[in-house]
Design a protein. Structure first.
Lengths: 178, 446
């Protein structure tokens, strides 16, 4: 009887732990009453949002080895990989072929020009363009994920050609599955 | 009491304002204060005399009702509020109006009014609008409201004055939603905010370390659809603006983005890339059923419904560069609408369905523009070069868009004839992705 009670308490505890887990630092709230609640999100009433939150993108990602450049750049409104950038893709494909435990997320990005939604689509097309070339170079599709941040995650915040050139890119973000 | 009947919209709005007041200190510190400046007004703005309303009650009037009306009308760029020091009389009641006094200072319209405290905690607001030349009253209403509704009454009076004098409904009693971004490259903070259309009382309804974009009001003004990257990729949510309750609407493989409400609010057009590239789909919001409308391996995104619900305009680069296309709401009869330049995107219909505002590229600059559907004329509205996210005001008179001025993200409005311009700035970080709410419910007047 007593054991059963303890087990169900433990179960309850586990359930409540699970309920707490997985919440990210996103805070929805009502403009009127602070009864916001949400999936994987932090709720609060209007203006009650709390302290600063870190980036949720961290995780088990790790950088590619220093000898390999892990960013490919593009021309405006283009997903074409030129010969300079092709060499970078080839180096990354060689790295993956030599390290079968490694998987990669190809993160597509654009510069700020044009519209945000179109750029989201363009970023995806760039990531897919890199993935296609990697596949031709012998990397299995199931080791590569694509994602687009569009114009939303610039590495350079300026509103000029230099910043735009840096931001039109696909980043190789590696994970080691060992 | 019979004058104090509010419709549902008024009731929740009242609560919203109450909470807003309680938390005003935070809202200020959230880096969210908006200021509006007119950068270009009409040269022949209509001279209007707004007599400061009389106040009878204990203490100070909670809101400067006539001051808000004056600020609204001036901010439209269509009115020239004459200086109070030039007034020859200060009437508050009909019997005290001497039209000669107003002709002498060249006022063409005159607004008078009063605010009176009615216990417990109610206020009676009266106003009258006159045409000085014809000596006729054009409008006159009385409201009984709570303190929290005084700003709403002021905006609704502005709307009535605007309509009587310009022939077009005002859009002062509306709200705007927008995204702010603060922090640096490494630790950005994104906020989805809602403020009154004059920038008053900004409230954060969602805060995230990951990008937020494309807020879109439901046609009834109660919900916002938007795109959030909180799970590391683009997912579409709908959130009740009042309660904060929200729903994940689309989280398929690939990109989930570009939400657009159907005119009745029962369906949502989306751009989803689960097939490998972005296609336009329509989701039935009651059961989540999806219908794919485009079948083209190019980019298909940024859908916008025509106000009659018959058409959906969208952006596609199927012809090599992004251009605006239109199809029926069933995905039939796809027609290309733009042919000028190499980049036309982000279409959004005008309330009367005769125009589409969009972003067009000309000589390297990205400008908010209007496409006139009758003759396909493309009219560029701005001289800024990094414009995005244009949408019409609910009265169709202005286009609201985001741009960069002095390196900062700001919002801007421009009248459809290009003659009136405003800048809306925040005191910290960047502001972007604006969306103008539909018209609010009217307060009961008599």
């Amino acid at each position: 009887m007593k054991n059963k009670a303890i087990i169900s308490l433990l179960a309850l505890f586990a359930v409540s732990l699970a309920a707490c887990g997985g919440h990210e630092a996103v805070k929805p709230s009502g403009a009127a009453a602070g009864q916001g609640a949400g999936q994987g999100a932090e709720a609060s009433g209007a203006g009650q949002a709390g302290g600063a939150q870190g980036s949720a993108l961290a995780g088990q990602q790790q950088q590619a080895p220093a000898v390999v450049l892990h960013t490919v750049h593009f021309a405006f409104d283009s997903s074409h990989i030129d010969s300079t950038n092709r060499a970078i893709v080839e180096a990354n494909a060689a790295y993956m072929n030599a390290n079968p435990q490694v998987t990669v997320t190809l993160q597509g990005n654009t510069d700020e020009r044009g519209t945000r939604e179109y750029n989201l689509a363009l970023g995806e097309r760039r990531a897919q363009s890199v993935k296609r070339m990697m596949r031709v170079l012998g990397v299995a599709s199931d080791r590569m994920k694509t994602i687009s941040f569009g114009a939303e995650r610039p590495v350079a915040l300026g509103h000029n050609r230099a910043a735009w050139r840096l931001n039109r890119r696909v980043d190789f973000v590696y994970s080691n599955n060992n | 009491m019979q004058h104090s009947i509010f419709k549902a919209g008024g009731r929740w709005r009242w609560r919203a304002i109450l909470v807003g007041l309680c938390l005003a200190a935070f809202a200020q510190s959230a880096g969210a204060v908006l200021t509006i400046e007119i950068t270009k007004g009409l040269e022949n703005a209509l001279p209007i005399a707004i007599v400061p309303f009389s106040w009878s009650g204990p203490g100070a009037l909670p809101q400067d009702v006539s001051g808000i009306i004056k600020a609204d009308l001036v901010s439209s760029g269509r009115f020239d509020a004459l200086p109070v020091k030039d007034f020859l009389s200060m009437p508050h009641a009909d019997k005290d109006v001497v039209f000669k006094d107003w002709r002498l200072i060249k006022a063409e319209a005159l607004v008078i009014g009063s605010v009176r405290a009615l216990p417990p905690g109610r206020y009676q607001v009266q106003f009258r609008l006159y045409d000085v030349f014809t000596q006729k009253q054009l409008a006159g209403y009385r409201y009984v409201v709570s303190a929290g509704q005084l700003r709403t009454v002021a905006h609704q009076i502005s709307d009535i004055i605007y309509q009587k004098l310009t022939g077009v409904p005002g859009a002062f009693d509306t709200r705007i939603a927008y995204i702010t971004r603060s922090g640096g490259v490494r630790h950005p903070v994104f906020r989805l905010q809602v403020a009154d259309s004059d920038g008053y009382d900004p409230r954060t309804i969602l805060r995230s370390p990951q990008p937020l974009l494309t807020p879109r009001w439901s046609p009834d003004g109660t919900r916002l659809a938007y795109v959030s990257f909180e799970h590391g990729h683009a997912v579409v949510y709908i959130q009740n603006v009042d309660t904060g309750q929200r729903w994940k609407v689309a989280d398929f493989r690939g990109i989930n983005s570009a939400p657009a409400w159907s005119p009745h609010g029962r369906r949502l057009a989306l751009s989803l890339s689960m097939s490998g590239h972005p296609e336009i789909y329509v989701m039935n919001l009651s059961d989540g059923a999806l219908k794919q409308l485009t079948h083209d391996s190019a980019i298909n995104t940024e859908p916008s419904w025509s106000p009659d619900g018959r058409y959906i305009a969208f952006t596609s680069d199927r012809s090599g560069s992004p251009q605006i296309f239109r199809m029926t709401a069933d995905g039939e009869d796809v027609t290309r609408l733009t042919f000028q330049g190499n980049y036309n995107a982000a279409p959004s219909y005008s309330p009367n369905g005769r125009m589409i505002t969009l972003i067009t590229e000309q000589q390297g600059g990205f400008h908010a523009a209007i496409l006139h559907l009758r003759d396909s004329d493309l009219q560029i509205l701005t001289n800024t070069s990094l414009d995005e996210s244009p949408t019409f005001a609910p009265n169709g008179q202005m286009v609201l868009y985001a741009t960069i001025v002095h390196g900062r993200g700001v919002l801007a409005t421009v009248s459809v004839d290009g003659n009136v311009r405003q800048l809306i700035k925040t005191n910290e970080g960047d502001v972007r992705e604006p969306a103008w709410s539909p018209f609010e419910h009217q307060l009961q007047a008599n």
